[in-house]
Design a protein around this ligand. Structure first.
Ligand code: NAP
Length: 273
């Protein structure tokens, strides 16, 4: 027992199965549209990504990433039948700096593979990619063993890229004019039969999910570390929201063992409709 559940106050809990016990698939079965949830690990000063030390673009700061948060990330991913990522993720993959999101082939997560099997799920959830540019290849492993890669894009996609994506076994849907609409995208996900949808993407995707009121729950791991610096990404980027999005605490845990005893807070918020 290592985690203290502070809200609702319960006491000590083990790390393993902490988020599996949130039973997201059960919640998803009880609502009409897909249950959509997102997750971030952040520094105390709100950094989720900082410049890559040697390459263009940003990456998760190494001094906040940690194996205990990663275990919880995996438990969230394991409960999904569809994982959302972005064009940036596939460009990172092509550049050798991204890998599978759910690591069911890692012996450390063999229990999650078995859990998915028990739920009647394939080892890997399908993948949704949000992109306006369509500027990425689809790695063959993502479409192996019947896994679907579904790309959501904006109006008038480049016909050459669209044909290439379809030739790489991706499915392409236009769900927005100049920007992918969260509402149209989730509507399409529902039509395709998805129930539990996990966004592992970044701050712009969170913005489109919040703007259209299609996010149900936000998971945040807040590491007790201040980073400073700019540029950086926070959890949310885009225009001022026309209506502020209210959230209500669902659970709060203190994990004192993370980062060699530095500790972190594990927060989950329900989005108030
Ligand atoms: N600390 C954490 O927990 C955490 C979590 C997630 C991500 N990150 C980090 O945050 C950084 C940013 O991640 P990200 O690039 O996945 O985040 P993002 O800002 O959510 O997504 C950016 C990409 O998604 C596409 N996109 C987003 N909104 C769109 C819209 N409305 N319409 C059309 N396309 C849209 C665009 O792809 P195209 O350019 O292809 O058009 C855009 O480049 C990365 O460094 C990542 O590692 C950190």
């Amino acid at each position: 027992m290592s985690i203290s559940q502070l809200f609702p106050e319960v006491g000590q809990r083990p790390l393993q199965n902490l988020y599996l016990n949130h039973n997201l698939r059960q919640i998803a079965r009880q609502q009409q549209r897909p249950f959509v949830y997102a997750n971030f690990v952040t520094s105390l000063d709100g950094r989720i990504a900082i410049p890559h030390p040697t390459k263009p673009g940003l990456k998760v700061p190494e001094n906040i990433a940690n194996d205990r948060d990663w275990r919880l990330f995996q438990e969230l991913a394991a409960q999904a039948d569809l994982i959302i990522s972005s064009g940036r993720y596939l460009r990172d993959w092509a550049d050798g700096r991204a890998q599978e999101i759910l690591r069911v082939d890692d012996p450390a997560y063999a229990d999650l593979r078995a859990w998915r099997e028990g739920e009647g799920l394939r080892p890997q959830p399908d993948m949704a990619i949000i992109s306006g540019s369509l500027d990425f290849p689809i790695p063959p492993v993502l479409t192996a063993n019947g896994r679907r890669v579904i790309v959501f894009t904006t109006a008038n996609p480049d016909p050459t890229r669209a044909a290439e994506i379809e030739a790489e076994a991706g499915e392409l849907y236009v769900t927005g004019d100049s920007s992918v609409s969260g509402e149209k995208m989730v509507q399409k996900m529902a039509e395709l039969g998805y129930k539990a949808v996990y966004s592992a993407a970044g701050p712009k995707v969170l913005h489109l999910l919040l703007t259209d009121g299609v996010l149900d729950r936000l998971y945040l791991t807040q590491v007790g570390r201040l980073l400073g610096g700019s540029p950086f990404s926070s959890i949310l980027e885009g225009d001022l929201l026309q209506t502020a999005v209210d959230v209500q605490l669902h659970t709060l845990y203190h994990d004192p063992l993370a980062l060699d005893g530095l500790g972190q807070l594990l927060l989950a918020y329900d989005i108030v409709e």
